[in-house]
Design a protein. Structure first.
Length: 239
């Protein structure tokens, strides 16, 4: 498998690699592709192919993939064949549980102190979501909506200004990304999801503790849709 450099939105305006170590850059690049759903669980990675696409030697690619292996994201097979791990029932349940704990904590941490400037990005995201919902719920709309949904939840984590929390949330997203959640869950009603998001932001804007309960309801519904989805029953119990 060769990585399509057009998969990453940032490539349109920024150089692929910067001044960090090449291994770190390749690692972050691959992480972004997985989190964004541009690399799929179960997909095979070619060290040679990645190196050619990024115009680097195989060494930093091996370094990046070894790091992903240590984090349980990929499995390395003989002849440098690397496969992105497919989540199991247990890993999905664990990730959803931790996502619920983490995002609820985010709301608890920020609802008293957020101001209008803090909420500008969330408000903009809601506007983008609303425009998509108004167009309908076709496959293209769902794909666009998922991208903004991921941005919404990531922004809530950023507002905590807690670097460890943000890092942990990113790690959870690496093992169970938003695209995959939508793909294995009961077909989504993005209008309802938008309504949940809107209520959360409205409660945050008035510094209401109701925002905590609204987030819990939202995440419980998301988890229920996954666990009752048609594909979940077919997953292996564990690795």
């Amino acid at each position: 498998m060769y990585i399509d450099m057009n998969r990453s939105n940032s490539q349109k305006t920024n150089p692929i690699l910067d001044t960090r170590s090449l291994g770190e850059q390749v690692y972050q690049y691959l992480c972004n592709l997985i989190i964004e759903g541009r690399l799929n669980y179960g997909e095979t990675l070619s060290i040679k192919g990645i190196a050619q696409e990024l115009k680097v030697s195989p060494m930093p690619v091996r370094e990046a993939i070894k790091r992903l292996e240590l984090e349980g994201v990929v499995t390395i097979h003989p002849r440098s064949r690397c496969i992105i791990k497919v989540p199991t029932k247990k890993s999905i349940q664990d990730a959803l549980e931790m996502r619920e704990l983490l995002e609820t904590h985010c709301i608890e941490s920020i609802y008293r102190r957020v101001d209008s400037q803090d909420l500008e990005r969330l408000t903009y995201i809601l506007e983008q979501m609303r425009m998509i919902v108004n167009r309908g719920q076709g496959p293209e709309e769902i794909r666009e909506y998922i991208r903004w949904d991921r941005e919404f939840h990531t922004e809530l984590c950023r507002l905590t200004r807690n670097e460890y929390l943000i890092k942990f949330y990113r790690e959870i997203s690496l093992h169970l990304n938003m695209n995959y959640i939508y793909n294995i869950a009961i077909p989504p009603d993005i209008a309802t999801t938008l309504e949940h998001h809107t209520h959360i932001v409205k409660a945050l804007s008035s510094h209401s503790p109701d925002s905590i309960g609204l987030m819990k309801i939202h995440l419980e519904r998301s988890k229920k849709n996954v666990l009752e989805g048609p594909r979940f029953a077919n997953f292996p119990e564990s690795a």
